[in-house]
Design a protein around this ligand. Sequence first.
Ligand SMILES: Nc1ncnc2c1ncn2[C@@H]1O[C@H](COP(=O)(O)OP(=O)(O)OP(=O)(O)O)[C@@H](O)[C@H]1O
Ligand SMILES: [Mg+2]
Length: 252
Amino acid sequence: MEQPVMGGDDYIISAERLEKTYPGNLKALDDFTVRVKRGEVVVVVGPSGSGKSTFLRCLNGLEEIDSGSITVDGIPLDDREEHRLEIRREVGMVFQAFNLFPHMTVLENVNLAQQLVRRRSRSEATEFSLALLDKVGVSEKARVYPDALSGGQQQRVAIARALALMPKVMLFDEATSALDPEMIGEVLDVMRSLAGEGMTMVVVTHEMGFAREVSDRVVFMEQGRIVEEAATATFFTAPARKRTRDFLRQIL
Ligand SMILES: Nc1ncnc2c1ncn2[C@@H]1O[C@H](COP(=O)(O)OP(=O)(O)OP(=O)(O)O)[C@@H](O)[C@H]1O
Ligand SMILES: [Mg+2]
């Protein structure tokens, strides 16, 4: 499919020289640059505390950067409120904790942001939500409350909820880490099919089998800096840095 070229290059995400220090002087991102092309799937790995979540949270404006610049689909994440809102709409995020509203049915959970943010009518939203719930394989649960769903089902609803805003980019922060092992596969399947449809994705995950199979590129970070960034096959079979080889030995 032909995609429009924005700003003279084909990067849908440009995160340039990000710096982020939390109170207490802890540097979470340090001269951190990542660019992502349309339709690319980039996996971010690194030890605990290396800044992976901080990076994703900065990308959609949940966290402020101290310096550097972030552009999503040609829109700069700057002080202009309309830019921030636009980026929130275009960047969907799925977290480890599903955060569904317990007092709303599955369908209402998926409808909510569409009605508020995309200004769809209730019936338009419902039609779209049911199609998405079908896509992630939980359409039969539309009328029940989240606590009647398994963890894997709740996470698939959370993915449908994010997709409901028709984002151009999806960020996944350890989306399967809180799940029982037998439910990890069903969520990875949904992520795999999204990638197959050409969704641009930035994925933090410990599922190295999934990373190897689905991602185009891997970014390995430590202490807020990039240690190594490579095409997936190269990353796993012929990493350039000793630090990467040590890390892979630990996790594989
Ligand atoms: N809200 C915060 N306030 C202060 N420090 C924070 C905050 N969030 C994260 N940090 C610190 O910033 C660093 C990077 O954290 P971050 O959560 O981005 O790491 P991570 O790579 O996602 O780790 P994990 O694999 O454990 O999820 C860590 O040292 C963390 O303690
Ligand atoms: Mg994290």
